[in-house]
Design a protein around this ligand. Structure first.
Ligand SMILES: Cc1ncc(COP(=O)(O)O)c(C=O)c1O
Length: 287
């Protein structure tokens, strides 16, 4: 494996950052997870745009332009001969003193790792997942906006620990108002009476690239899509539920907190959107 670090492709063992990097010391930095399908980097423009927006929000001055970042990702994917895989693009704040002051940091590190990934077992895509609601709420948007894809993932990790302890692969996170936000690494969708429902971004969720793609695929399929505030009750009484994410793609949920969703099997709208998403990844459909 060759890892891109600040313009150089290095063997994995030599791809290292300083222990004084604020990415390590404080989770101060931004990242993206991106898929590669059939040798093509999927929705790369959207990921690059979100990366630069996350950076602006935390006042991280990017050391290279979006065009150079795009080229860095493509170069790393090609150098590793990845046809179907996953890219982790990371930009750290850089090395600094042992304090929070960003003015005392320098040299943000640009890192691109191209690897393979399988998040959930194939069986879960066929049968659907049983998940729980975590007691850990999603970060308050006025404290650390969930729209920023930052290197600080402790909020999500704490909820993921709850899921793992409960024997579940994912957990729903509520926001500070008690409304449904998203899962620890995925956005959430419901189907109710033929309509597709998902919490709006101001519910305190990441504006997922897969979320947006699935909303457009649904519109293209003639399904009404509504971004609405959702409560746990709405999840329990939904006809269908599924999650979206770069790593997870589209995965059905058939049980939440011990309640069966719909008839306990992946529903028709979920299955149709899953197929459409697969066709999108193969270039057989466009948005
Ligand atoms: C908290 C969170 N929500 C949602 C998502 C899904 O977003 P995307 O579809 O852009 O991967 C992710 C994955 O990156 C995530 O970490």
């Amino acid at each position: 494996m060759q890892v891109y670090v600040n313009g150089a492709l290095l063997p994995k063992e030599q791809a290292v950052v300083s222990v004084f990097d604020h990415g390590l010391l404080y989770g101060d930095g931004v990242f993206e997870g991106i898929r590669v399908y059939g040798g093509k980097v999927f929705l790369l423009g959207e990921h690059i745009e979100r990366l630069y927006e996350s950076a602006r929000a935390i006042r991280l001055v990017m050391p290279i332009s979006p065009a150079e970042m795009t080229a860095a990702v493509e170069k790393t994917v090609a150098a590793n001969g990845i046809r179907d895989g996953y890219v982790r693009l990371v930009v750290t704040r850089g090395s600094g003193s042992l304090g929070l002051d960003i003015r005392k940091t320098s040299d943000p590190q640009v890192i691109v790792i191209a690897d393979t990934i399988s998040l959930y077992p194939a069986e879960l895509y066929e049968k659907g997942m049983q998940i729980i609601t975590a007691s850990t709420i999603r970060n308050h948007p006025a404290a650390l906006s969930p729209r920023i894809k930052s290197l600080n993932y402790l909020n999500n990790i704490l909820a993921k620990i709850e899921a793992t302890d409960a024997g579940a692969p994912e957990a729903i996170m509520l926001n500070h108002k008690g409304d449904v936000a998203e899962c620890t690494g995925d956005n959430l969708f419901l189907v109710k009476k033929g309509e597709l429902l998902t919490p709006p971004v101001d519910s305190g969720v990441l504006d997922g690239v897969t979320r947006r793609a699935v909303m457009r695929l649904a519109e293209g399929a003639g399904v009404t899509v509504r971004e609405v505030t959702l409560q746990r009750h709405d999840v329990y009484v939904a006809d269908e539920c599924f999650l979206t994410g770069t790593a997870a793609e589209v995965i059905p949920v058939v049980g939440v907190d011990g309640r069966m969703i719909g008839d306990g099997k992946p529903g028709p709208v979920t299955q149709d959107l899953r197929q459409r998403f697969q066709r999108l990844t193969r270039g057989e459909l466009t948005l």
